[in-house]
Design a binder for this molecule. Structure first.
Ligand code: B12
Ligand code: SF4
Length: 437
């Protein structure tokens, strides 16, 4: 049976966001273990719907799967409606972060299956059932399926612990690899190619819904499989820098050492960057990371004020941040610190404290990335706290709200008072930038 998994175009031509690794994993896995043929289609590169329709026709596609984060849900729903209008028999599945977190199934959107958590096994089972003409989907865990007029929500299972067998991307799925221009916001750095070595996060920051997506677990690829993945990506994209999009690549030193050994044994040379938390950094790990070609580490710094870090449930202190950044800088690794401005409860004094922490850690203004507005993503503690103040009483993710301050269809924490405060806080950060370059 032929299927296609689709990334919608949400931010216009967002080539800088790159391909959707999750969909590539699904297609690679199903094609490897079954007789089904799953294609990958990226509307970020070509958002002309008529081209997608031609593709579906030409490839005799029986199921279209659309990925859907919260900010792209209306694009996903609109696409589902157009597909159903033009292809009455096409089965439509929607998966990804939004419905994994929010179990709302819009009644006017023609979706046959909602898939939660990892999609590899569930979508394979759906395709198997459809091919066999079996229309009883009640034995497939982690999905909701349309039965006559209502959705049946099947039992949810905890996520698959061993992710080795659902890893290894088949890069031939990516038809226009050269059209992605993935750059990090660092002058003179090479283009990047995204890669994963783990899934999930065990923490519970109050502005993030990671805890609802992977049952607060972290699942690791074995070092051998990760280095297989790495070798493949370097062959496919020679000369590019690899960016490891794990939530916590540096968390376990034993694993980092094992990856380092494997990379050395195979004689692989590469440059890479990754996300990290300050509490995962120590001298020994950074030494190994540098030896293995690490060029850049991106910190979820958020704030340099212990009071705000506590409000965020970040479980990191400003002293840990200072220590971590000093170590990383000492080893010549470029740093990026993302800051959140206007977290509920943050004052001007907290922003001053943030600047002091940045200065003590040796971070320049050019090394920070600032988010000015708190975005109210579903499932986060901050969303639950603020929904009554900022959202209509009958707020629903299903509806569009043209009057609500929105970040690409997700509400933001915003008011005239917050806007005034933002200006002042930005001035403080601007002073830091002017002082430090
Ligand atoms: C890497 C990453 C990025 C990269 C994207 C790289 C890429 N092109 O793939 C970058 C940095 C560009 C990015 C940007 C953004 N991101 Co981001 N990102 C992530 C991150 C850390 C990992 C995603 C990933 O690859 N996971 C691993 C793969 C295997 O899992 P997956 O993508 O979820 O896919 C699996 C399942 O969800 C499911 N599935 C997914 N789609 C479908 C479709 C079908 C049909 C089926 C059956 C199954 C299925 O199966 C997949 C395989 O198992 C996640 C956090 C996380 N831990 O997941 C946030 C996350 C997805 N991002 C998020 C956000 C908010 C954003 C931004 C809006 C941030 C911003 N403020 O600008 C932008 C939007 C960009 C865009 N155009 O969509 C949120 C989404 C929250 C939500 N409620 O929707 C997340 C969950 C972070 C968080 N915890 O809050 N992001
Ligand atoms: S912000 Fe980072 S550390 Fe915190 S819960 Fe989200 S992914 Fe985990």
């Amino acid at each position: 049976m032929n299927a296609v998994v689709i990334k919608c175009s949400t931010f216009g031509s967002a080539k800088g966001f790159g391909f959707q690794i999750g969909l590539l994993y699904i297609a690679s896995f199903i094609n490897r273990v079954s007789g089904h043929r799953v294609h990958y289609y990226d509307m970020q590169l070509d958002d002309d719907y008529s081209h997608l329709a031609e593709f579906i026709q030409a490839n005799d596609v029986a199921l279209a799967g659309i990925t859907c984060n919260s900010h792209e849900r209306h694009s996903a729903y609109d696409l589902a409606k157009r597909l159903r209008r033009d292809f009455a028999d096409l089965k439509i599945a929607v998966g990804g972060a939004h419905h994994t977190i929010v179990r709302e199934f819009p009644r006017n959107v023609p979706v046959d299956f909602y898939v939660f958590n990892d999609g590899e096994i569930s979508l394979l089972k759906i395709l198997d059932h459809l091919e066999a003409g079996n229309h009883d989907f009640s034995d497939i865990q982690d999905i909701a399926f349309l039965s006559e007029t209502a959705y049946c929500l099947n039992p949810l299972q905890t996520v698959k612990k061993d992710i080795d067998d659902i890893s290894l991307i088949d890069w031939s799925l990516l038809k226009r690899a050269e059209d992605y221009q993935l750059t990090l916001p660092i002058k003179g750095e090479p283009e990047i190619v995204p890669l994963l070595s783990s899934r999930g996060c065990p923490f519970d920051c109050s502005f993030c819904a990671a805890r609802l997506m992977n049952f607060r677990t972290i699942r690791w690829m074995s070092p051998r499989v990760f280095v297989d993945e790495l070798e493949k990506v370097l062959q496919t994209f020679p000369g590019k820098m690899v960016f490891i999009y794990d939530d916590h690549f540096l968390l376990k030193s034993k694993r980092l050492n094992a990856i380092h050994e494997e990379v050395r044994a195979r004689g692989i040379e590469f440059q890479w960057g990754a996300y990290t938390r300050a509490d995962a950094v120590d001298e020994q790990k950074i030494k190994i990371a540098r030896e293995m070609g690490c060029r850049m580490l991106s910190f979820g710094f958020e704030s340099g004020s212990n009071r705000v870090l506590k409000l965020m449930n970040k479980r990191i202190t400003s002293s840990q941040q200072i220590r971590a950044l000093r170590i990383v800088k000492k080893h010549g690794i470029v740093t990026r610190c993302s800051l959140i401005l206007n977290f509920p409860g943050e004052t001007l004094v907290d922003v001053l404290r943030t600047v002091v922490t940045l200065l003590r850690a040796g971070v320049k203004g050019s090394e920070t990335i600032v988010a000015n507005k708190v975005i109210l993503f579903p499932g986060t503690a901050v969303f639950e706290k603020l929904r009554d103040t900022f959202l209509p009483a009958d707020f629903s993710w299903e509806r569009k709200y043209p009057d609500l301050p929105a970040y690409k269809d997700v509400p933001i924490y915003d008011s005239w008072l917050i806007r005034v405060r933002t200006r002042l806080k930005r001035l403080i950060l601007k002073a830091h930038r002017l002082l430090t370059g």
